[in-house]
Design a protein around this ligand. Structure first.
Ligand SMILES: Cc1cc2nc3c(=O)[nH]c(=O)nc-3n(C[C@H](O)[C@H](O)[C@H](O)COP(=O)(O)OP(=O)(O)OC[C@H]3O[C@@H](n4cnc5c(N)ncnc54)[C@H](O)[C@@H]3O)c2cc1C
Length: 842
């Protein structure tokens, strides 16, 4: 409707402009209306201003009779809608009834879960006019001296102790000394307050520890991530009784208790709320006394740390058929309890084998386990509150664990691959000099920048008090998908070196763990298709949740009043976004107001534009498809992608600012923003192409892409500039990979690769001389570099010092390029650490 109306206005205006004397005035009049809509005036202010404008237009523009009539009738309708009692009777009440029928039923728990966490920058992107001040007011993330000391001390030391091949192939576990170190130094206690003996780290420090560990050994980072994420520690902190906190938290902090959290089972994976596991309130014997307790029956699988856990956080459905809890209810819903490992009836200890990355993970079953009611986290008063607890706490944990680990592994991959592409020579030049390789390296580098920006800026927001639930889904999905892309890209650039497993392979296990990151904490297909946009559209939208709550309000008078305010606010919001989208698409957002005037200004403006288009498309989709949109997952996934791209691009700009806007990082910022905004455009385009109501799709296209798809992906020269930043030692390379374990030591391939990279420039100059003065002139006939160096020395092409340098460089390079080989017996897992060390370091 709206599209037709505005098209009609524009066509009429254009026609009048050509045929009537007052044509110019007509155009000015229409432009003034668009300007007012763009500026989002209140309904009364809008109606009052339009009245004055229309009066002036009628007098000076001499509009045609019918045209004038239509305009005055429309203005009269506008004024009618400013009269609340009338619009409530004519519009709000009838519409509210229909709206209520369309609303899916929602339990109190579901509603609480939906309202969990906070709305932060994600909410601004739903407005169509994001207030950048809000993002820029977020404190840049910072490490305290103590946190920095932990990263430089115990964290580096742990990295040094980790021998990935020994862990993943030889023992299938972390060595006992590593377990002891992890527990003793508090790696499992990063979120536990100091008063309970924990480290009480900021979200950013927590993220940095995981990133560093993931850059070295994913088995270790997965192991450390779990007790610090959603699980007993987190749940006790927020919901535990004082007694539970006093008992468990110091023991968890000291590593005396190893926690796990068991939600998933064979029958309930993605649809975790449908777990069939039960806890029935009944009387039973416990420690020789008859008490009212819970009889638990459950079967769980995929539970990280379960095989060695001493305390199991368990999710089950609580039932009270005999109403022993003294409430009318018999079904309480999901409840969480803590079950000690030695509880009779528990089967625990066997392991799953998650794709050659042998962090502890396995099934747990419980048969008729009887435990006291005060094993429920928070005690019996929190019976049935489990789902709310999980969703609330997920908003922080999901922003940190997997996004940080993916970023750490990515930093390592980029650091290694940049160096490898420089020292690996094919066709007489570094492989990174070829455009095909540089393109992939640029993608890796730019993507790493996006990931680092997103995880660090979001961690800063959490440290500032946010608990961003929709961003947690965006981070989890996007950063693990980017991690998957990077793992593939690193493999491609390394060729066979990445493929042949063994102690010399520093990529293989990182590649293998990718599907684990994709699957856990909300599998990515589900997160993209259902959660990001589905939750965002309700939680972040400025009006939808208000409308839903108002429609369900028990006090009808209050409900209608609130619904009316939300509904008319919403209508004005949608109209304004339509106009904003159109105007910014036509002007390429050149006049949109943004905080920056420097080289990044245009990216801010493009985000403004996509925000308006996205907000408009969201409203049209919800209005026309209603609850059916949930079923049209491909559509909501695409809108989710648009939201994610805007979120990530904004955080790139903020990160650049946080880092002091270093000029040399600009190519990365540009590559990141261009790639993300191009994807936003393409996903919006695909959304429109697939929108089932073709008339509405055409109307939306008019407002969103009146000039077609005008935004371009990064150019080749930009990509080459990005790749070059990691193909040589540079401040950008150092800054981008900050926090990865890069120490130069014999057992750290990352450090050794960088060391070789620092020598490459000089070595390349010598090699060139050997080639040009020696090989091309026929003075040098040897086919390999050691032979050529020998002849170059003899011919005076290289000095003694230069030849020694080049020999040493070549030796280092060949050590890094070599891969392992085994006898069939050696390949079988189970070799002693010493044997493998012998193989690796000679
Ligand atoms: C190594 C590992 C560690 C884990 N650790 C724990 C743990 O500590 N505690 C715990 O409780 N659980 C844990 N999990 C379980 C994990 O959370 C689940 O694997 C995950 O929720 C997916 O469940 P599923 O594997 O049964 O897949 P399924 O639910 O069968 O899903 C299969 C695929 O279908 C997709 N899908 C399902 N529904 C939809 C939909 N509506 N739209 C689009 N796509 C959809 C999913 O995204 C997925 O890609 C772990 C899993 C693994 C593999």
């Amino acid at each position: 409707m709206l599209g037709v109306l505005i098209t009609f206005l524009l066509v009429a205006a254009a026609a009048l402009a050509v045929t009537q004397v007052g044509g110019i005035i007509t155009l000015l009049f229409i432009a003034a209306i668009l300007f007012l809509a763009y500026k989002r005036l209140s309904l009364v202010a809008f109606a009052a201003t339009i009245t004055e404008l229309l009066a002036a237009y009628t007098v000076y523009g001499h509009p045609a009779g019918i045209w004038k009539g239509i305009l005055w009738v429309m203005l009269a309708l506008l004024w009618l809608f400013t009269f609340r009692p009338l619009r409530k009777a004519l519009v709000t009440r009838p519409f509210m009834k229909t709206y209520l029928r369309m609303l899916p039923a929602m339990s109190q728990t579901e509603r609480e879960a939906l309202e969990a966490g906070t709305v932060w920058w994600d909410g601004e992107l739903f407005t169509g006019a994001p207030k950048w001040d809000k993002l820029f007011a977020t404190r840049p993330p910072q490490l305290s001296a103590e946190e920095q000391a932990f990263l430089d001390g115990p964290c580096d030391e742990l990295c040094r102790m980790l021998d990935d091949w020994d862990i993943t192939h030889v023992r299938g576990d972390l060595p006992p000394a590593v377990w002891d170190f992890i527990k003793a130094k508090g790696f499992f206690a990063m979120i536990i307050p100091k008063k309970y003996g924990g480290l009480e780290f900021s979200a950013y420090a927590h993220s940095c520890v995981l990133a560093k560990l993931a850059s070295r050994c994913t088995t270790a980072s997965s192991t450390v991530a779990v007790p610090n994420s959603l699980g007993p520690g987190e749940l006790l902190l927020h919901y535990g009784t004082q007694e539970q906190k006093d008992h468990y938290l110091p023991r968890l902090a000291r590593g005396e208790e190893i926690p796990c959290f068991a939600l998933t089972g064979p029958r309930a994976g993605s649809d975790a709320a449908s777990i069939p596991d039960t806890g029935v309130v009944c009387k039973g014997m416990y420690e020789g006394r008859e008490i009212v307790g819970l009889k638990l029956n459950f079967s769980k699988r995929y539970i990280t740390l379960a095989p060695i856990a001493t305390v199991i956080g368990l999710a089950f459905k609580l039932q009270d058929p005999d109403r022993l809890l003294g409430d009318e209810r018999t079904d309480y819903g999901i409840t969480c309890a803590l079950i000690p490992r030695n509880t009779p009836g528990l089967t625990i200890g066997r392991r799953h084998f998650p794709l050659n990355v042998p962090f502890q993970n396995g099934p747990i079953q419980g048969k008729d386990i009887f435990v006291p009611l005060d094993f429920i986290i928070g005690g019996p008063k929190l019976a049935g509150q489990g789902w709310r607890m999980l969703v609330e706490q997920l908003s922080v944990g999901r922003c940190i664990s997997l996004p940080s680990s993916a970023t750490g592994a990515t930093k390592a991959a980029v650091f290694a691959t940049g160096a490898y592409a420089r020292i690996r020579r094919q066709f007489n030049t570094a492989s990174g000099n070829f455009e095909g390789v540089a393109e992939v390296l640029a993608r890796m580098t730019g993507t790493a920048y996006i990931m680092d920006a997103t995880r660090s800026v979001t961690a800063g927001a959490i440290d500032g008090g946010e608990r961003p639930s929709v961003p947690s889904a965006m981070l989890k999905y996007n950063l693990t998908e980017m991690g998957r892309q990077i793992a593939n890209d690193a493999m491609d650039i390394h060729g066979g070196k990445g493929i042949c497993l063994g102690p010399k392979n520093y990529l293989g296990r990182g590649y293998e763990i990718v599907p684990v990151a994709i699957t856990v904490e909300g599998a990515n297909l589900l997160t993209r298709s259902l959660i990001i946009f589905g939750q965002g559209a309700i939680r972040c939208h400025p009006f939808v949740l208000r409308e839903m709550n108002a429609a369900r309000e028990k006090d009808k008078r209050k409900g209608v009043k609130e619904f009316d305010a939300a509904l008319f606010g919403h209508i004005g919001f949608t109209l304004s976004n339509a106009v904003r989208s159109l105007v910014m698409a036509l002007t390429l957002a050149r006049f949109s107001r943004v905080p920056e005037t420097g080289p990044t200004q245009r990216y801010f403006q493009h985000i403004n534009r996509f925000s308006a288009s996205f907000a408009f498309a969201t409203d049209v989709a919800m209005l026309t498809l209603g609850g059916y949109l949930k079923k049209k997952e491909s559509l909501s996934a695409r809108l989710g992608d648009v939201l994610s791209c805007m979120y990530l691009a904004s955080l790139v700009l903020k990160h650049y600012d946080n880092q002091g806007q270093p000029e040399e990082d600009l190519p990365l910022v540009e590559w990141a923003c261009r790639s993300l905004l191009y994807k936003a455009q393409e996903q919006l385009h695909s959304f429109l192409r697939n929108f089932p109501n073709r008339f509405m799709a055409a109307a939306m296209r008019f407002f969103i892409f009146p000039r077609g798809q005008t935004y371009h992906a990064p150019s080749d020269p930009l990509a080459h500039a990005v790749a070059s930043t990691v193909l040589r030692p540079s401040t950008t390379r150092t800054r981008l990979t900050e926090g990865a374990y890069r120490t130069v030591e014999p057992t750290n391939p990352l450090g050794l690769l960088h060391e070789a990279l620092t020598l490459a420039e000089t070595a390349e100059a010598y090699e060139k001389r050997v080639r040009v003065d020696g090989v091309k002139t026929g003075k040098i006939t040897a086919l390999d570099l050691p032979g050529q160096i020998q002849q170059a020395l003899a011919q005076g092409i290289l000095s003694e010092t230069e030849a020694t340098f080049l020999r040493d460089y070549d030796k280092r390079v060949m050590e890094l390029i070599h891969v392992d080989d085994f006898t069939t017996e050696e390949m079988a897992a189970g070799h002693s650490q010493d044997e493998m060390r012998q193989m690796r370091y000679g």
